[in-house]
Design a protein around this ligand. Sequence first.
Ligand SMILES: NC(=O)c1ccc[n+]([C@@H]2O[C@H](COP(=O)([O-])OP(=O)(O)OC[C@H]3O[C@@H](n4cnc5c(N)ncnc54)[C@H](O)[C@@H]3O)[C@@H](O)[C@H]2O)c1
Length: 328
Amino acid sequence: MKLFVTGGAGYVGSHCVKRLVAAGHEVTVYDNLGAGHRQAVDPAATMIEGDLADTAKLTDVFAAGRFDALLHFAAFLDVGESVQEPLRYYRNNVINTIGLLECMKQAGIKRMVFSSSCATYGVPEDLPITEDLPKQPINPYGCTKLAMEWALQDSATAWGLGSMALRYFNASGAAADGSIGEDHRPEIHLIPLVLQVALGQRDVIKVFGTDYPTPDGSCVRDYVHVEDLAEAHLLAIEALEEGRAESYNVGTGNGNSVLEVIAAARDVTGHPIPIELVERRPGDPPELYANADKVRARLGWDPRYRELGPNIATAWRWHQAHPNGYQA
Ligand SMILES: NC(=O)c1ccc[n+]([C@@H]2O[C@H](COP(=O)([O-])OP(=O)(O)OC[C@H]3O[C@@H](n4cnc5c(N)ncnc54)[C@H](O)[C@@H]3O)[C@@H](O)[C@H]2O)c1
């Protein structure tokens, strides 16, 4: 298939592009490189540097490209920043995505996989999280993702868009072959931050809150490997049905606490990784982990990485070889 991938130079997008290319798809990446890295883009993909807001450019590219389907990763994703600058988040994640959908509609592209998030659930009423639980996001980031899921549902009815919103839990790890990995600036995710301590780039890792109602008092999350996410996208693209909007949790189903992540990283790296216990951060739900039965039944998706150790080992391999990320 001819696939158009927004945000394909970013962390999750670049791993998906690598998988889609390996499966024989013809991939065009569209990214403004604001947070992405040109070196992360598989050389077999076509890279177009452009912004989602540039709908004239998108219109031209779509007219020339005749794409079968689109994967939409481009967005801002720092929850804390979204609280500080909500309008920036609504502009990029909502308004720019609406512009993209308008261009797709005009060009007759009726298939899309959308990067949604477990942030759409807010503080879940039950665990593990099933898709039918109430969606009550507690920050602007989660609101922008939920708003776009609504737009996808209405577009299915109105103009036949076929979409899958994949609600990722915590994306983690790196390509098993060591070729690409995670490089967010500033880094906001736990595993790379922990590995920065092991690399001697920071002194300690802060643990925000030790009095949550969880087995060890620290927050619990579901760490889904980025290559397993890539596999979910490959399966999704092949299963999309025009006129149908679907939403699925994509997580391992295992919850791991912050302290468990640090312990696993100590085992992988052999570094003591000192910690500093600090106050809770406002807006952190105590526990988030997926029930992923629906995506398993629909797509046959089965994550290969279920344990923290092998997952963190892939990230460690990347960070050791690239201590400054994509910067030489
Ligand atoms: N990383 C996670 O744990 C996680 C979890 C849930 C959902 N998600 C979602 O997955 C997607 C990818 O996340 P990621 O971790 O790869 O983020 P990332 O920042 O590494 O990648 C996003 C990419 O989009 C590009 N981009 C952003 N705005 C753009 C614009 N206006 N025009 C063109 N390009 C633009 C950036 O340059 C970047 O390359 C996001 O939509 C995010 O909300 C990520």
